[in-house]
Design a protein. Structure first.
Length: 293
């Protein structure tokens, strides 16, 4: 068993799975604390790396595309310190980090784990029920329904309709964007037969985020919903399978093929009689046609 213990958290590998436990240090993000311990099966990994720095290094896990609903819902926009697949390593533990990296890499090679995308979730996503308040509202999810409630900071146009309940069966997509610079973030649900291009500020199916401390927690709601939606890769495959097959080219019958070869023989005979083909060339060409017959 390989294990590395740091202020950020503890990573342990038993040959079959990695256990990523968040630390208790005050610098550990609220998202990591709420997410709790993650168990990542070896088959969900695409790779592992360790980067050394002057004062500290960083362990990184790279998961196979489509394996984790959290990464799908956030679109890779979770940055350190919110990314659960990064671990800050102190300089005096570089040797342990290198040993940990080698152990995981060797296991990937021995088990011949492919790095290709997957068409099913290999991690379960956050547990439910859960409820998060941030930005202009509160988002709750019980596994079957999403509940959106508004606060005093919500735009009147959106708050006028009151709280909103969305059935999971009506949801076709979910996305989480963090606030960046002067641009606000959001948690948005795509509802079947009700597309909208309204900004999150006015969209009744979205919570607008302003870059405050609790914003990343909305990613937990997004991931919990994503984990219960059809996997995007499988849904795309179903669409392809549903497409009508192109008409196949007509297959020549044996009789048609035989007639074509007879015509070819007559053409060769004519070319031989007119002197275009020599005796030797005619004999070789005739023999080739007869073999096909």
């Amino acid at each position: 068993m390989a294990e590395i213990i740091q202020k950020d958290g503890t990573w342990a590998f038993d040959g079959d799975a990695l256990r990523l436990t968040p630390g208790r240090d005050k610098n550990v993000s609220l998202l990591r604390r709420e997410l709790g311990e993650l168990v990542v099966p070896l088959g969900a990994l695409a790779g592992v790396s360790f980067e050394q720095g002057k004062k500290a290094g960083r362990l990184r896990l790279r998961l196979r595309d489509g394996a984790d609903p959290l990464l799908l819902a956030t679109g890779g926009r979770l940055t350190e310190p919110h990314d659960p697949y990064q671990l800050i390593v102190e300089s005096d533990r570089y040797g342990v980090a290198e040993y940990f990296t080698d152990e995981v890499r060797n296991a990937l090679l021995l088990d011949q784990v492919p790095s290709e995308p997957v068409d099913a979730y290999l991690l379960p996503g956050p547990s439910v029920p859960l409820s998060v308040s941030a930005g202009d509202g509160t988002a709750g999810f019980d596994g079957e329904r999403i509940r959106l409630e508004w606060n005093w900071k919500t735009e009147d146009a959106k708050a006028a309709a009151g709280a909103r309940t969305l059935a999971l069966a009506d949801i076709t997509g979910v996305e989480w964007h963090p606030a960046a610079g002067l641009e606000n973030g959001h948690l948005r649900f795509t509802v079947r037969h009700a597309p909208t291009k309204a900004p999150p500020k006015y969209d009744p199916n979205a919570v607008e985020l302003w870059g405050f401390k609790k914003d990343p927690l909305m990613a937990l709601v997004a991931a919990a919903v994503q984990a219960r939606l059809p996997h995007p890769a499988r849904a795309a495959a179903d669409v392809v399978d549903a497409r009508p097959e192109p008409p196949s080219a007509p297959v020549a019958s044996a009789e048609d093929d035989h007639d074509a070869l007879l015509r070819r023989l007559r053409e060769l005979g004519e070319l031989h009689r007119t002197g275009v083909l020599t005796d030797e060339e005619f004999a070789l060409a005739k023999q080739a046609v007869l073999k096909r017959m």
